[in-house]
Design a protein around this ligand. Structure first.
Ligand SMILES: [Zn+2]
Length: 303
């Protein structure tokens, strides 16, 4: 049975901590390097529901994408939700390890998993890591579809293939425009609009898109050189697809679990590796507006 330090060393080869952004907080949050590890749980968020699941599972190690503490703290008192998480973990000898922006830019990384879930062929990173001579690491991915789909069909595919959330998929742009190339980025993606514009893709799928950046991006697209084409051949500006943050990152948990499984097999560790299916997206319900008019929202039900 491997020790925690050996498992962490293996995870660090997949997601080198030095590749994390300067503001990020990755690595081991709690855990004894000498403790033995036999069962591992992967999840997006280090919240109490997930920690309770790890306890029930008798896991020795919880690996999450999001950090528990991104900034410094002066207390882990169990009267705070994060302190309660730390207490529960330590009481049950469960280590917590975080792979965040170092997993985003890894090869394969968070956006490769997202592209895989959507059945897209990855062409290159959206924002390549200049230190990677192979040009495979970096933020986001530029992808191709095997067969062109309309924006409406591609949104339906995303809604079907990503884990179900209350939000579903929001779309900006002409639903009948054809999509051949897509940029994807797991998690909040509206800082990548310049790169998406430069990539000349037909659609961008990400999460957490806000009104002003999205609205200005769509307005700019209408005046820029690159345009997608609708089914009748008319040029249309590129489309935005906004999914739930959690749903865009969850496919990474399955990828990461498979990567650790493979390492465990190779080293004869016999680890049992699990992926949490608990939805930890904070949005729990969605009330659709009344039937929108075709001109204001052509994705709405026919009226
Ligand atoms: Zn995230």
């Amino acid at each position: 049975m491997p020790r925690l330090s050996e498992v962490i060393a293996a995870l660090d080869t997949l997601w080198p901590p030095e590749k994390a952004e300067g503001w990020d907080a990755v690595g081991t949050v709690c855990g004894d390097p000498d403790q033995e590890v036999s069962r591992v749980l992967f999840a997006v968020d280090p919240v109490q529901d997930i920690v309770d699941e790890a306890v029930k599972l008798d896991a020795d190690l919880l690996v999450t994408h999001h950090p528990l503490y991104l900034r410094g703290t002066t207390t882990v008192a169990a009267s705070t939700f994060k302190g309660r998480v730390v207490h529960t973990l330590i009481k049950h000898d469960i280590a917590l390890h975080v792979a965040h922006t170092n997993a985003d830019t890894a090869d394969p990384g968070v956006s490769d998993a997202l592209a895989g879930a959507l059945d897209l062929r990855v062409v290159r990173p959206l924002v390549p890591d200049p230190s990677d001579p192979d040009g495979r690491r970096g933020l986001g991915r530029v992808c191709e579809l095997d067969h062109p789909l309309t924006v409406r069909e591609f949104a339906a595919r995303a809604a079907e293939r990503l884990p179900a959330t209350a939000q579903g998929i929001r779309v900006a742009g002409d639903p009948e425009a054809l999509v051949r190339t897509v940029a994807v980025s797991g998690g909040s993606g509206d800082s990548l609009f310049d790169d998406v514009r430069a990539a000349g893709v037909d659609a961008f799928l990400t999460a957490d898109l806000r009104h002003h950046p999205a609205s200005e991006f769509m307005a700019d697209r209408a005046h820029s050189a690159h345009t997608a084409h609708s089914a009748d051949g008319a040029p249309t500006p590129l489309a935005l697809l906004d999914a739930a943050h959690w749903a865009t990152e969850w496919p990474w948990c399955e990828l990461a679990a498979a990567q650790l499984d493979e390492i465990s097999d190779r080293k004869g560790w016999g680890l049992r590796v699990h992926v949490s299916k608990t939805v930890t997206d904070p949005w729990t319900a969605h009330a659709a507006s009344g039937h929108p008019s075709p001109s204001s929202d052509p994705l709405g039900a026919p009226n």
